[in-house]
Design a protein around this ligand. Structure first.
Ligand SMILES: [Fe+2]
Ligand SMILES: [Fe+2]
Length: 215
């Protein structure tokens, strides 16, 4: 269904910008989400949670998707947009969905430790649906709007702030370790690696300096 934002150009993925770097991270999060969906289905089919893979997926979601990616959105990109448009609605909705997502992640974590197959599969399915819709809204609506709101200087300042998060807060090597785990999971569940696309790889390495995620 066409949206009212279709007149805005899609996110420009050919250069590293405030929104394209986050769109590149979305490709990895979707890769993990595809794996999580299969882990949930496997749990139901086999009446047991594949705990090692489930814990890997949860570590990726907590560290890469939530702390690193949602952290950049909530602490850097969204405040820059909210400064220009006080009471900006779209970022408030996205912040709310991050909170709903954390509740699903907490439920999945307790279900894995307790071995509760149905609780895990239900929370995993809920998280998969939420995140796919959330990422589509950011890529197709919010980021298209953001692209038109940020001046080149603002865009550059945001990318610099992302770089500081990767090096000072997350710590050098964290991003790289996360991407390696994401690819082990993708290989185990027959999902394509997001980093095998050169454009996505360039965006993923634009601020973190990871150079060994391929292979
Ligand atoms: Fe988000
Ligand atoms: Fe996002």
């Amino acid at each position: 269904m066409p949206s009212c934002h279709d007149h805005l150009p899609p996110v420009d993925l050919t250069r590293a910008s405030a929104v394209s770097i986050l769109s590149g991270e979305h490709r990895v999060i979707l890769q993990v989400i595809d794996c999580l969906e299969r882990i949930g289905q496997q749990a139901v089919r086999e009446h047991r949670i594949p705990a090692g893979y489930a814990r890997n997926a949860l570590e990726l979601i907590r560290t890469f998707a939530d702390r690193c990616h949602h952290g950049k959105e909530e602490d850097i990109l969204f405040p820059a947009l909210e400064l220009q448009v006080p009471g900006f609605g779209p970022t408030a909705v996205m912040r709310e969905e991050h909170i709903i997502g954390r509740a699903y992640v907490a439920s999945m974590g307790s279900a894995v430790e307790a071995g509760h197959v149905t609780a895990f599969a239900d929370a995993a399915a809920g998280y998969v649906d939420l995140l796919r819709a959330h990422i589509a809204k950011e890529d197709d609506i919010l980021f298209r709007i953001a692209q038109t709101m940020l001046s080149p200087a603002q865009d550059e300042a945001i990318v610099e702030a992302y770089r500081a998060v990767e090096h000072d807060d997350m710590g050098d090597g964290t991003h790289e370790r996360m991407l390696a785990i994401a690819d082990v999971l993708a290989d185990a569940y027959g999902i394509e690696r997001a980093s095998s696309d050169p454009q996505t790889f360039a965006l993923l390495t634009a601020v973190c300096g990871c150079h060994s995620v391929k292979g």
